[in-house]
Ligand binder design. Structure first.
Ligand code: GLU
Length: 490
């Protein structure tokens, strides 16, 4: 059997979003499952809307998700170029071949004429399809029109009969060719259109399987017929179910679907996105819910992709992300949060060993509280920043109480003289203070927590204090006590 060669063919006219990335993933998995190759082809013929910014973002997103391409931009390959804009020379002779063989013809109908005929046909309640007015022109007549300088497009002559294929997802599909339009394959300026170009590229790149969204299903019979007219074997096709967003609309970049890069910036793990996207339409039939990319490669079977539309649930994705963060070891989790802390100015991009050890202790203490990597800033900010930011409500509720000043001052005294700053020692001294004041330990902890973290919730307070270290703790207790004295209302 020949090697499996698949391609993902994004247009750099926007960012990659969930729907497109899922198509890329399923292609990648299909290739890798059978030891084949994944090709990235950039469909950048819309020069006005294509930008290098979008291209770079698409490439970066693929790398980040782990969908490394075997041929394509930056790395090239034997079937290049991989930018459609650089393949222009290959198309014109093939259009000419179809014209010479009668599989295509020149159409001289002007857009105005077509509009006119289209509206007359729709007034009669008919679906418009090109009425083949120019299909009957002889080669001589065509040449005459050309010589007169009349503008023309090239249309593909849809043959009679039926076109069928065995879709890898949908099963057997058959279309009566009468339903198909003699589509334009070259515009009046000579540039070829999508349906033609894609057939030529797929064939020249040796693509064996085309996996794409079912929004392309209606193009497939046309592409099969064009491939046959060009004398090439069409690839296998698989059409993925569409993905609907929470608004019950098909997810699309035009409708503001969240870009993959945006998930990265929000602190999602690529593992979580890949896992979640794989389950958008695919299941291996068992109970397993968590899959690494390697496990997906082993398990993926395109015939198990559902025909039903998939529903994108951002909450489920967020949950899955938190689960994946939990699964990371502390050193791994620490390494992944560093860029977020660095972006917030809390650590350098490359913390030294001592700092890393401190960060690991913080991450360990924060435990399961991270839902996204970006949450680290909220949870660890007070450990790392020189000054803390007080939460207004916490200050209002806790530091305006008279007893808070006494507690903060009392603990300040005890901790100044503490023999060491281990969490057990701190806990022991805090309990002693609570007993002395005849209150529960929780009462003592409350203002202390606000004093050192600025908030009413934090990881275990004794470990937190220990980790912060005596110097910072004492300074913050003192500052909070001073603040509380100015606010005390009772
Ligand atoms: N550039 C096309 C798209 O983004 C590719 C379609 C195809 O896979 O044939 O929809």
């Amino acid at each position: 059997m020949s090697e499996t060669r698949v391609r993902f063919a994004p247009s750099p006219t926007g960012y990659l979003h969930m729907g497109g990335a899922r198509t890329a993933l399923f292609n990648w998995l299909l290739a890798k499952h059978s030891g084949g190759r994944f090709i990235l082809r950039i469909e950048d013929t819309d020069r006005k809307r294509s930008t290098t910014e979008f291209l770079d973002a698409i490439l970066e997103d693929h790398r980040w998700l782990g969908l490394v391409w075997d041929e394509g931009p930056k790395i090239g390959g034997a079937a290049g170029p991989y930018f459609q804009s650089e393949r222009a020379d290959t198309y014109a002779p093939l259009i000419q071949k179809l014209l010479d063989e009668g599989s295509a013809y020149r159409c001289f109908c002007s857009p105005e004429e077509l509009d006119d005929r289209r509206s007359r046909s729709s007034q009669k309640g008919h679906d418009w399809k090109y009425d083949r007015k120019c299909a009957a022109l002889s080669k001589e007549q065509s040449a005459e029109h050309d010589a007169e300088g009349r503008s023309s497009v090239v249309r593909f002559r849809i043959p009679d009969g039926k076109t069928s294929f065995d879709d890898m997802v949908l099963g057997p599909v058959e279309v009566d060719n009468q339903e198909l339009d003699d589509l334009v394959i070259a515009r009046s300026d000579g540039t070829p259109t999508y349906n033609f170009v894609v057939v030529v590229d797929d064939s020249q790149m040796g693509i064996t399987h085309v996996v794409r969204g079912s929004d392309h299903l209606s193009n497939t019979p046309k592409q099969i017929l064009i491939a046959k007219a060009l004398g090439t074997e069409p690839p296998e096709f698989g059409h993925l179910p569409l993905v609907f967003g929470p608004d019950k609309q098909v997810l699309s970049k035009r409708r503001g679907a969240v870009a993959i890069g945006e998930y990265r910036r929000r602190g999602y793990l690529p593992e979580a996105l890949v896992n979640y996207m794989a389950l958008l339409g695919w299941s291996c039939g068992g109970e397993q819910e968590f899959f690494s990319l390697d496990e997906l490669v082993a398990e993926f079977d395109i015939s198990k992709v559902s025909r039903k539309a998939a529903a994108f649930d951002p909450e489920k994705l967020a949950w899955m992300n938190a689960q994946w963060i939990k699964r990371l070891s502390v050193p791994e989790r620490t390494a992944r949060v560093v860029p977020f802390l660095a972006a917030a100015g809390l650590v350098s991009d490359t913390p030294d060993e001592k700092k890393l050890a401190e960060l690991e202790r913080i991450v360990h203490l924060i435990d399961d509280r991270l839902k996204t990597l970006a949450d680290i800033v909220e949870h660890a900010g007070f450990f790392l920043a020189a000054d803390i930011t007080f939460d207004d409500i916490a200050v209002e509720k806790v530091l305006t109480k008279r007893e808070s000043v006494n507690i903060l001052d009392g603990l300040y005294g005890l901790l100044s003289d503490a023999p060491d700053f281990e969490s057990e020692t701190i806990e022991e001294l805090t309990r002693r203070l609570a007993e002395k004041r005849g209150v529960g330990v929780g009462k003592v902890v409350r203002p202390v927590r606000v004093a050192v973290t600025g908030k009413e919730v934090s990881p275990g307070i004794f470990e937190t204090l220990s980790l912060l270290g005596r110097e910072k703790v004492l300074a913050r207790l003192k500052a909070a006590s001073e603040l509380a004295s100015t606010l005390t209302t009772e």
